[in-house]
Design a protein around this ligand. Structure first.
Ligand code: DAH
Length: 338
């Protein structure tokens, strides 16, 4: 029986040394040390031994049991270590490798230009105001002194949801909405999308405008000239020449269109300025007193001016972009230049 025990230990030493995975090791442990295992079956012979041998063999058996357990424990610890080492090796990162670059987005050129324009006017004391793109006839036309059948509506055909609800054709309705809500002084700048039935190299059915409005006591035409000159010089360059041309808008009286010296040829004449040396950038004028009736302002106390400019046009001039459609085609080769 001593021999049996010793050989069980010897064979277990060999077995554990040749076991390379934890599952097999644990199966072997059960087969040898479990309740119905090989050790138990050897020990069953103990009761048949002569009484004087029993205690010595019993002692040996306990010793061997402890040895076997420690053999399994040691091997198990070793295999676990090994497993962890291979896993770490597999998951190791080469921190000297160059990283993968993530493509970085940026804001659209039109949003950038809008922000730049808003910044310039903020510097002149204007506050941001916004209005809805789906507008009602009253704000888009009626309260801007363009009653039904007014010929000026012809130039601003748009997309109608119903007879009274439409996509706004300009940002001017925000003037009325602002004056309706606030008593003077009001000094606001209102960027946003507008819509018209129009499409060619310089017109798009959807485009962007910025509206400005300043109403207070004693706001005069020279304030209009001062603000717009300051804006144009700040945005296009401080030596830029500017001219105010008489014009007509139903919601301003008097009205003026503002031209800047051609930024492409400097005024000598080129295709962009149709060889005039001038580029039209905005419409403006003193708010027609008729509008004040719609918003309950007293025209004897208050006066003001308004202006509207096309953001695409400003962006095209500033960056020399020849075709308005480039803004909306979402070609990354174009957009990523700015
Ligand atoms: N709303 C006009 C348009 O889209 C532009 C405009 C002209 C706005 C004169 C104004 C203004 O505020 O005073 O054609």
């Amino acid at each position: 029986m001593k021999d049996q025990l010793n050989s069980l230990r010897a064979s277990t030493v060999a077995l554990t040394e040749q076991t390379f995975d934890l599952k097999t090791l644990s199966d072997s442990r059960i087969r040898i040390l479990g309740r119905k295992g090989e050790l138990t079956s050897v020990l069953r012979g103990l009761k048949d031994l002569p009484i004087e041998e029993r205690s010595a063999v019993g002692k040996l058996a306990n010793q061997i049991k402890a040895d076997l357990e420690s053999l399994f424990d040691t091997r198990e610890a070793y295999l676990r270590d090994e497993l962890e080492r291979t896993q770490l090796a597999l998951e190791s990162i080469d921190i000297t490798m160059p990283g993968r670059r993530l493509p970085l987005g940026r804001s659209h050129i039109l949003n950038r230009v809008t922000q730049e324009l808003v910044d310039v006017f903020s510097g002149l004391g204007f506050q941001l105001a916004e209005g809805p793109e789906v507008e009602i006839d009253y704000y888009n036309f009626e309260a801007l002194n363009m009653p039904k059948n007014h010929p000026a509506r012809d130039m601003q055909d748009t997309f109608y949801f119903s007879e009274n609800v439409l996509l706004r054709t300009h940002t001017s309705p925000v003037q009325i909405r602002t004056m309706e809500k606030c008593k003077p002084p009001v000094k606001v700048i209102c960027p946003g999308k507008v819509y018209r039935r129009d499409a060619d190299v310089t017109h798009s059915p959807m485009f962007m405008q910025i509206e400005g409005l300043w109403v207070d006591k004693r706001v005069s035409f020279s304030d209009l000239k001062g603000v717009l000159t300051a804006f144009a010089r700040e945005y296009f360059g401080d030596r830029l020449a500017l001219r105010f041309r008489p014009s007509f808008f139903p919601f301003t009286e008097p009205s003026a269109e503002v031209d800047i010296q051609c930024v492409i040829c400097g005024g000598s004449g080129c295709r962009t300025c149709s060889f005039t040396g001038w580029l039209e950038i905005l419409g403006s004028g003193m708010v027609d007193p008729t509008l004040y009736k719609f918003v309950n302002y007293d025209p004897d106390i208050y006066s003001g001016f308004a202006f509207g400019l096309g953001i695409e046009r400003v962006a095209m001039l500033k960056y020399g972009i020849p075709d308005i459609r480039l803004f909306y085609e979402n070609d990354v080769r174009f957009l990523s230049q700015f």
